[in-house]
Ligand binder design. Structure first.
Ligand code: IMP
Ligand code: MG
Length: 184
């Protein structure tokens, strides 16, 4: 990422809005109701993958009505070339005993799918009652490992996107919408 020297340059890199604030709100209300229907009163544990999913988590947890706990994980995957080493480096982990929980992983975006693949493999070793994935965005054209979310709010083309939790060089997470990023 080229350094940003001015507010004009910062704003100039927001190329076009891909998903509006209103569209996000509407989709999250719908997703909350779907989650309520799936779990039908059973308590769930929403697990947000930091940092990107923190905004989505904050809105999604307020759109569900089933009893819900929240948890956070921070994970990095290491790769040898294009092949996952299968090692996830968890820099922040859950403290819950997952054998007691219906776990819903809350992700910002599924791109190649490798990070989430590794996280799910790790969570499965902890024997949760059930394990599902909800993602705000999905870029299926970029997938390198077979992986589908149980619930995906928006499918987008192969753009690098920012906003609503997603960053470029740690900036833009606070935009209330999803936009395409451009350095030109
Ligand atoms: P994956 O392992 O390739 O699926 O990468 C997933 C992670 O990469 C996401 O959780 C994001 O943090 C980041 N990422 C992937 N695509 C984008 C994007 O378009 N904008 C910002 N972050 C992205
Ligand atoms: Mg992420």
């Amino acid at each position: 990422m080229k350094p940003i020297d001015s507010a004009a340059e910062f704003n100039g890199r927001i190329k076009q809005v891909i998903v509006t604030e209103e569209q996000i709100k509407e989709a999250i209300q719908k997703a909350g109701k779907q989650i309520d229907r799936i779990y039908d009163g059973r308590p769930i544990l929403l697990v947000s993958i930091l940092k990107g999913a923190f905004v989505f988590m904050a809105d999604l947890c307020r759109a569900v009505s089933v009893p819900c706990e929240i948890g956070f994980m921070c994970a990095q995957s290491y790769y040898e070339g294009t092949v996952s080493s299968g090692v996830v480096n968890i820099t922040m982990d859950l403290t819950h005993d997952l054998t007691k929980y219906h776990v819903v992983v809350v992700e910002d975006i599924i791109d190649t799918g490798r990070t989430l693949h590794d996280i799910l493999a790790l969570l499965r070793t902890r024997n949760p009652l059930s394990l599902h994935v909800v993602t705000l965005l999905d870029k299926p054209s970029r997938r390198l490992v077979e992986l589908d979310a149980d619930l995906s709010l928006f499918t987008i083309p192969d753009y690098f996107v920012i906003g609503y939790g997603l960053d470029c060089g740690e900036y833009y997470r606070n935009l209330p919408y999803i936009a395409e990023y451009s350095e030109e």
